[in-house]
Design a protein around this ligand. Structure first.
Ligand code: 5GP
Ligand code: ZN
Length: 112
């Protein structure tokens, strides 16, 4: 299977890694939409939020707990936005689930 984020996780494609453990990798987005913009990507290939199963819930908790830790490390103390694009209308372009964390600018609502 050809998956960009699986290749990044296997380090076949270089990326700017800001955090890694046995379950996830966090990398800087190649096309940042804010002064701080990184992606938290589980090492397990899961296509999208729609494919999350009961057995993935520990991984999901791990990611949720990691978000404020990485936000703190990246000095996002004034606030930040977490985004998951799911499916075509959700704007998902890479079919390997990931969570965007964006900060260091005022976020707008509604999003585009
Ligand atoms: P999505 O549109 O699926 O929610 O998010 C995919 C994200 O991956 C986009 O923000 C895009 O800029 C980022 N991206 C795409 N290709 C690469 C890459 O090769 N390296 C990195 N670091 N980010 C990428
Ligand atoms: Zn993948």
């Amino acid at each position: 299977m050809d998956c960009l984020f699986c290749s990044i996780i296997k380090k076949e494609i270089p990326s700017d890694i800001i955090y890694e453990d046995d379950q996830v990798i966090a990398i800087k987005d190649i096309n940042p939409q804010a002064p701080v913009h990184f992606l938290i990507i589980p090492k397990k290939h899961i296509k999208s939020l729609n494919e999350i199963e009961d057995t993935d819930l520990e991984l999901v908790s791990h990611i949720v707990k990691l978000i404020p830790e990485l936000a703190r490390e990246n000095k996002l103390n004034e606030g930040y936005r977490v985004v998951n694009n799911c499916g075509e209308l959700g704007g998902q372009t890479v079919d390997h689930i990931h969570f965007h964390v964006l900060g260091k600018r005022q976020m707008l609502w509604p999003p585009g």
